[in-house]
Design a protein around this ligand. Structure first.
Ligand code: MTE
Length: 309
């Protein structure tokens, strides 16, 4: 069953995969957006309410979700993952949970998923490079996995690691960035009900280029936090390393919350390009926390969002 969050897009908001040209509009009223003024200002002729602003969203086709990717293990170009990720070996797959948990261990993917309910979550997905999609994920709440693992009271962060298969990964062979790709969340971010581990898109198993067989999705953060093809989850006391933060800490912070008011040093984050909009593709105003302000803003109360970007 689809789990409808207040700020979620609904099934009707996503282009049926065989129906790329029949673009549908985002349901008015499905979104309780924080950044009212921003949305309205951007749209000019489209109307003055946030709901009306959302009506201008162009939904994303499976074709675009499968062909416009970032997965540096398979190259740095947007079509490289679609061309090269077939080499990724996803069977067998196992995931290790360790660090500050009562029940550490390594499980096959089947055992890892055993007893968990896979739900559909339709989320906006906003890349730090200032483009966006709307993706109908299938996944499980990370909180359920962490609760099963028994998080110890000393744990404050969750670290994630992507598989490294040098023989299958052309980007690893070329050393385009340091591998394994690693990411991290604060424990409360990881436990937030919006945070999922996705195993599918459009009701089908994740394609390799999207991070098969299991990847993180954190919809209020820039896309690079959503680490793909996960093999290890570690509960830690200290803030774990995060790949883009290691590569360029000035440009990519640990938090990486979507924030239209904090520019990337080389470009504005106030708006973004909508992928797959065809003839009517355009730019859209970026919303605070990618539109999920109501669900997540309280976690950052008192924090200077420009300093902890
Ligand atoms: N995970 C790994 N292991 N390697 C990567 O290069 N790229 C990130 C993120 N997860 C990346 C990754 C970035 S920059 C983005 S925008 C998203 O994956 C892209 O996800 P998508 O290709 O499914 O849209």
């Amino acid at each position: 069953m689809a789990h409808r969050w207040k700020n979620d897009l609904s099934r009707e908001d996503v282009t049926p995969k065989a129906d790329f040209l029949n673009r549908r509009q985002i349901m008015a009223g499905a979104l309780g957006i924080g950044g009212t003024a921003i949305g309205a200002a951007a749209l000019g002729t489209m109307g003055a309410t946030p709901a009306a602003a959302q009506e201008a969203l162009e939904p994303t086709s499976l074709e675009d979700i499968l062909q416009y990717n970032n997965f540096y293990e398979f190259g740095t170009g947007k079509s490289d993952p679609a061309n090269n990720a077939h080499a990724l070996q996803t069977e067998p797959w196992s995931i290790t949970i360790d660090g500050l948990v009562d029940n550490p261990g390594t499980l096959s993917l089947a055992d890892f998923m055993d007893g968990l309910t896979v739900e559909e979550r339709i989320y906006r997905f906003r890349c730090v490079e200032a483009w966006s999609m709307v993706v109908p994920w299938n996944g499980v709440e990370l909180a359920d996995i962490l609760e099963r693992a028994g998080v110890q009271s000393a744990a404050k962060y969750v670290a994630f690691e992507t598989v490294v298969q040098p023989e299958n990964m052309i980007g690893v062979q070329r050393g385009v960035i340091p591998f394994p790709y690693v990411e991290g969340l604060r424990l409360d971010e990881a436990m937030n009900p919006l945070t999922i581990l996705a195993t599918g898109i459009y009701g089908e198993p994740l394609a390799n280029q999207n991070g098969a067989p299991i990847r993180l999705v954190v919809p209020w953060k820039y896309g690079f936090k959503s680490i793909k093809s996960i093999v290890r989850i570690t509960l830690t006391e200290d803030e774990p390393p995060a790949t883009w933060n290691i590569i360029n800490p000035r440009e990519y912070g640990f938090y990486s919350n979507v924030n239209p008011n904090v520019s990337h040093p080389r470009w504005s984050q106030a708006s973004h390009r909508v992928i797959g909009g065809g003839l009517f593709a355009g730019r859209e105003e970026t919303l605070m926390f990618n539109g999920y302000e109501e669900e997540v803003a309280s976690m950052y109360e008192g924090m200077d969002l420009a300093e902890f970007y």
